[in-house]
Design a protein around this ligand. Structure first.
Ligand code: FES
Ligand SMILES: [Fe+2]
Length: 466
């Protein structure tokens, strides 16, 4: 890593040191300063609807069982046995009243309580020697849900989730609360790409500029009815608190007409009408925007689009789909992507199937957009690892004048919270990386600093002993 304060200053003025996309020291800082103390998406409640249902998810190397216990409460428990540290649950998902460790057989209820201990009397002197009661799998330090989305934070002193989410909740509702009963999800598809995690997160936050170039072939084969460049250029970019995204401009019409244009059925529009606030509806009816891709810092992204699912259908027969994903960093140069399909729980089976097909055509491990995108990101990551990349500042200043002023004024009558601009710009990529820089600069709390200090001291002592 080059000089840290210079790196942060460059990032803040929209000139990004290329090496931040492939640098072990930067990645170490990201792990400690970002992923060990940010709200990370783990699962959706609809993945574990019944008591005993569970999925296994990770934050960095920390592996968690996300389970619904017999009382219906969602538990997020560190998947490591209290005895000698075996990973207890080795399946990715399932239904279980108990989890039994495969090493020596300690068993835990699905709320984490230790209930079974082989040879308890002989080995430990029974309850008097070692009381099982009060022994539980380590819970995740902080867990919150929003619209069924389960987020966890490794920092017990983390900023409360709703405070962190702020008014980005306004936008999250478009994807995850299309009816009072919420959404259900399918997936996740999970695969790894040789790309730095930030590139995808930045792309989903605000890169409407890449669509006409990178995804040209998707337009050429007739998957979309409009030339992508046009609908993107007239769309708005918004940033609000810890997240931001892109929107498409829709043709003139009412709330209902515009949602029909996107492919929603009248009964789905009725539900949207009753579950969204007046201001949320006015973003569509008055402003004429429809949300598209978005990222919530640091690693949770969403996409909404409406392709022609049936190639032989008329031009106006499109089907909307929604997808969400996590960019789970594996190293400075590798990311595991978890990608889910989202749909209104009350939609008809026919709609769900067509929408799922749209998602699979566009995103997921075999999606056409996915293939186009990842080719770029793998290339950026690879070339960012060389020595020349240490001398290059990437220009991420689109939409700014040389005097650091926005080229266009923010929209005055935009009905969503935060700041919105029409046209191409890299406001959101800069906003995301500003969060990134602020997090990296924020000192680890005192307790963590002490632990770090001890680690350094210990390694120093070891050095002297040699
Ligand atoms: S490590 Fe789990 S029972 Fe021993
Ligand atoms: Fe893309």
């Amino acid at each position: 890593m080059n000089d840290l304060s210079q790196m942060l200053a460059d990032v803040r003025r929209g000139m990004i040191p290329a090496y931040v996309y492939n640098d072990e020291e930067v990645f170490k800082l990201e792990k400690e300063h970002i992923f060990e103390r940010s709200w990370i998406f783990l699962a959706h409640e609809s993945e574990i609807p019944e008591p005993g249902d569970y999925v296994v998810r990770r934050i960095l190397e920390d592996n968690f069982i996300v389970a619904r216990d017999e009382e219906g409460q969602v538990r997020v428990m560190f998947n490591m046995c209290l005895h000698r540290g075996m990973q207890i649950c080795r399946a990715e998902l399932g239904n279980a009243s108990h989890f039994r460790c495969s090493y020596h057989g300690w068993s835990y209820r699905n709320d984490g309580k230790l209930v079974g201990l082989p040879f308890h009397n002989e080995a430990y002197g029974g309850e008097d020697g070692f009381s099982k009661s009060g022994q539980s799998l380590l819970p995740a330090p902080a867990v919150e849900t929003f619209n069924g989305l389960i987020f966890a934070n490794l920092d017990p002193n983390a900023q409360p989730f709703r405070e962190f989410l702020g008014d980005f909740a306004f936008y999250l509702d478009f994807y995850t609360r299309q009816s009072g009963d919420g959404v259900e999800v399918r997936g996740p598809q999970r695969w790894r790409v040789k790309s730095n995690w930030k590139i995808g997160a930045e792309n989903a936050a605000g890169d409407s500029y890449h669509t006409p170039q990178t995804h040209r072939s998707v337009v050429e084969i007739g998957l979309f009815r409009e030339p992508t460049g046009a609908k993107r250029k007239e769309g708005a970019l918004y940033w609000c608190d810890k997240g931001g995204g892109t929107t498409y401009k829709l043709p003139p019409g009412t709330f209902r007409e515009r949602l029909r244009y996107v492919g929603y059925t009248d009964e789905m529009i009725d539900r949207m009408e009753s579950s969204w606030s007046l201001e949320q509806k006015r973003l569509i009816s008055d402003d004429g925007f429809m949300i598209s891709a978005a990222t919530l810092f640091p690693s949770f992204s969403l996409v909404h689009n409406w392709p022609k699912v049936d190639a032989n259908a008329d031009d106006d027969e499109v089907v909307p789909f929604i997808t969400m994903r996590v960019w789970q960093p594996i190293s400075a140069t590798e990311t595991e992507i978890l990608s889910w399909f989202i749909v209104d729980k009350n939609a008809t089976e026919e709609f769900k199937e067509a929408s799922y097909k749209g998602y699979l055509m566009c995103f997921g491990s075999t999606g056409m957009f996915e293939q186009d995108d990842v080719e770029n990101w793998v290339s950026i990551t690879s070339i960012a690892g060389g020595s020349m990349a240490r001398r290059l500042l990437l220009n991420s200043r689109m939409g700014l004048t040389s005097a650091d002023k926005p080229l266009n004024t923010p929209l005055a009558d935009f009905h969503g919270p935060g700041l919105a601009y029409v046209g191409y710009g890299e406001f959101n990529q800069r906003a995301l990386l500003k969060e990134w820089a602020d997090c990296i600069e924020r000192p680890l709390d005192q307790k963590e600093q002490l632990a770090m200090g001890e680690k350094i001291l210990a390694s120093g002592t070891k050095g002297r002993e040699k």
